[in-house]
Design a protein around this ligand. Structure first.
Ligand code: GAP
Length: 449
C-alpha cells in the first residue's frame, strides 16, 4: 500500500487533501491522472449499465434530500457503528474493528491489549453527516448529506415509471458522492468520509428476485475481471445473517485481496420491498407497479449492486502495480487494462531536433482527437518511457530518423516491450485495434484462467 500511495503522489494520481494546512485525515484530492483514471472507471460502469443493455436508465439526484428520506429509510435510526472509547489515550475505535486498530499509546498493540488500556463498553454512533438548511440552525433545519446514492433512486421511482414507460424488471443507475462520518478510516482511499458510489437499483417482480440476484452477482464479478482484475484476487462472500444491513434479506460482497487482506469492493444486496414500502408509508404516495392491461399491482423487489468508485480505483491500481527490470535497471509499471489507462498513447520524438518534434506534433494532433494522448519531448528517451510506464500508458509512439524518410514510427508496448513499425497514416486504426483486443494481465501465470 505504501508503494501505491507514494506512486499516486509522485505521479499526480492522488494527493492528501489540504496538505498546506497539515492535511485533513482521510480526505483526498485526485490529481490529473487520478481524474482520468476515475473517469475511465465510471465510464466503463455506465457502459455496462446503459450502453450494453436496454433495461436500465440513468439518474443524477441531489446530495441533500428531504430529511424525511433518512428517517423513512432507517438511516437515522439504524445507520450506526458500535464504538468504544479508551479512557487512557482518549481515542475512539469501532468495536468491531479493534484487531485492525492501533493502541494510542503502543501502536504495535491493538486497543485493549495493554494493561493501561481502559476501554468503555460499546455505544452506537450514527454515521450520518448533519448539516442545516437556511439561515437559522434549529431542529427544523436539520438535513443530511446522503450516506448512499440509493435513496435518490427510490424517491424517483414513480417518475421513472411514468416517463420511462418501463415495466419490471428494469433498473435505475447513478454515480455520485456519498458521505459517512466514519470512525475507522485509513488505508488510503479505501475508507474515507467523502467518497463516490456507483449504484444501481434493479426493480423486479417479487418472485424473480432470487434469479436476478444471481444474475447481478455474476455480472459484477465479470465486470472486474473483464477490466483486468486477476480472478484469484477476487471472490464473492455471502454475508452471515448477523452482518446483514437493516434493509437486506441477502447480500454478497465482491471482495478483493487488498494488501490489508480480503476486503469489500462492492456489495450486492437483495433489498426486497423494504425501501419502496418505507417511502410509501412515510410519504403517503403509492410506490407500486400497476399493469394497466391486467390490473395486476405489486411493490417490486430490488436487487442492488453498490460499488465504490474510489475502492474500485484502488483495486485496479494495486492489481496493476508491478516492478521489473529492463537492461539491468529497475522499472515500476502500472499494468492497467488499456481501457482504464489514463493516457492511451504517448508521442515521443527520439531527439529534439532534425524535424522530429515537428513530425511528432503532427502525429500527436492526429491521435489526440480520438484518444487521451500525451506529447513529451523533454529528457532521455529511456526516462520518458519510464514515466509513461509508471502512469500505465499502454503504448508509446516514437518518431526517429527513419520516420522522416518513410513516414513510419515505432509503437512500443508497455507490457511486452515489443516495438513494431507502423505507418503514420495507419496509426489511429492500429491504436483502435489494440484497444479493442482482449487484454490479459501479464501478472497472471500461464496456468491462470
Ligand atoms: N446502498 C448500499 C450501500 O451503500 P455499502 O456496502 O455501504 O452499501 C457500497 O456501500 C460501496 O460503497 C462499498 O462496497 C464501498 O465500495 C463503497 N464505500 C462504502 N463506504 C465507503 C467509505 N467510507 N469509503 C470509501 N468507499 C466506501
Amino acid at each position: 500500500m505504501e508503494k501505491i500511495v507514494s506512486l499516486c503522489k509522485r505521479r499526480g494520481f492522488v494527493f492528501g487533501s489540504s496538505e498546506i494546512y497539515g492535511g485533513l485525515g482521510s480526505s483526498y484530492d485526485y490529481g490529473h491522472y487520478g481524474v482520468l483514471l476515475k473517469n475511465n472507471v465510471k465510464d466503463r460502469w455506465w457502459r455496462a449499465m446503459l450502453r450494453e443493455r436496454d433495461d436500465i436508465l440513468a439518474l443524477d439526484s441531489a446530495i441533500i434530500q428531504h430529511p424525511e428520506t433518512w428517517r423513512a429509510s432507517g438511516h437515522v435510526e439504524s445507520f450506526t457503528d458500535p464504538l468504544v472509547d479508551c479512557r487512557t489515550c482518549k481515542l475512539r475505535f469501532r468495536a468491531d474493528h479493534l484487531e485492525a486498530s492501533q493502541c494510542g499509546r503502543k501502536p504495535s498493540k491493538h486497543p485493549g491489549e495493554t494493561p493501561d488500556c481502559d476501554l468503555t463498553g460499546a455505544r452506537s454512533f450514527n454515521l450520518l453527516f448533519e448539516t442545516s438548511i437556511g439561515p437559522v440552525k434549529d431542529d427544523a433545519s436539520v438535513a443530511y448529506l446522503r450516506p448512499e446514492t440509493a435513496q435518490g433512486i427510490f424517491l424517483n421511482f414513480k417518475n421513472y415509471l411514468q416517463f420511462g414507460r418501463k415495466k419490471p424488471p428494469f433498473g435505475i443507475a447513478q454515480i455520485g458522492k456519498s458521505f459517512r462520518n466514519e470512525i475507522t478510516t485509513g488505508n488510503f482511499i479505501f475508507r474515507t468520509r467523502e467518497f463516490e458510489q456507483m449504484e444501481m437499483e434493479f426493480f423486479v417482480p417479487p418472485d424473480d428476485a432470487d434469479r436476478w440476484f444471481e444474475h447481478w452477482l455474476e455480472r459484477r464479478v465479470n465486470w472486474y475481471t473483464g477490466l483486468g482484475i486477476r480472478p484469484d484476487h477476487l471472490r464473492l462472500r455471502p454475508h452471515e445473517r448477523e452482518e446483514l444491513s437493516h434493509y437486506s434479506s441477502a447480500t454478497s460482497d465482491v471482495e478483493y485481496l487488498f494488501p490489508i487482506g480480503w476486503s469489500e469492493l462492492e456489495g450486492i444486496a437483495n433489498r426486497g420491498d423494504y425501501d419502496l414500502t418505507a417511502h410509501a408509508e412515510a410519504s403517503g404516495q403509492k410506490l407500486e407497479y400497476v399493469d394497466t392491461a391486467s390490473g395486476e399491482r405489486y411493490v417490486p423487489h430490488v436487487i442492488e449492486p453498490a460499488a465504490g468508485v474510489d475502492r474500485a480505483l484502488l483495486a485496479f491500481l494495486i492489481d496493476a502495480y508491478d516492478e521489473d527490470e529492463i537492461g539491468g535497471e529497475a522499472r515500476t509499471v502500472l499494468r492497467l487494462h488499456p481501457l482504464l489507462a489514463p493516457v492511451k498513447v504517448a508521442v515521443l520524438p527520439l531527439v529534439k531536433r532534425d524535424g522530429q518534434p515537428e513530425l511528432a506534433s503532427e502525429v500527436y494532433e492526429a491521435l489526440r482527437d480520438r484518444f487521451q494522448a500525451e506529447y513529451d519531448e523533454g529528457g532521455a528517451i529511456g526516462r520518458r518511457y519510464r514515466r509513461q510506464d509508471e502512469i500505465g500508458t499502454p503504448w508509446a509512439v516514437t518518431i526517429d530518423g527513419q520516420s522522416l524518410q518513410d513516414r513510419t514510427v515505432t509503437v512500443r508496448d508497455r507490457d511486452s516491450l515489443k516495438q513494431v513499425r507502423v505507418a503514420i497514416d495507419a496509426l489511429p486504426q492500429e491504436i483502435e485495434r489494440r484497444l479493442r483486443e482482449t487484454w490479459r494481465s501479464p501478472k497472471l501465470s500461464d496456468n491462470d484462467s
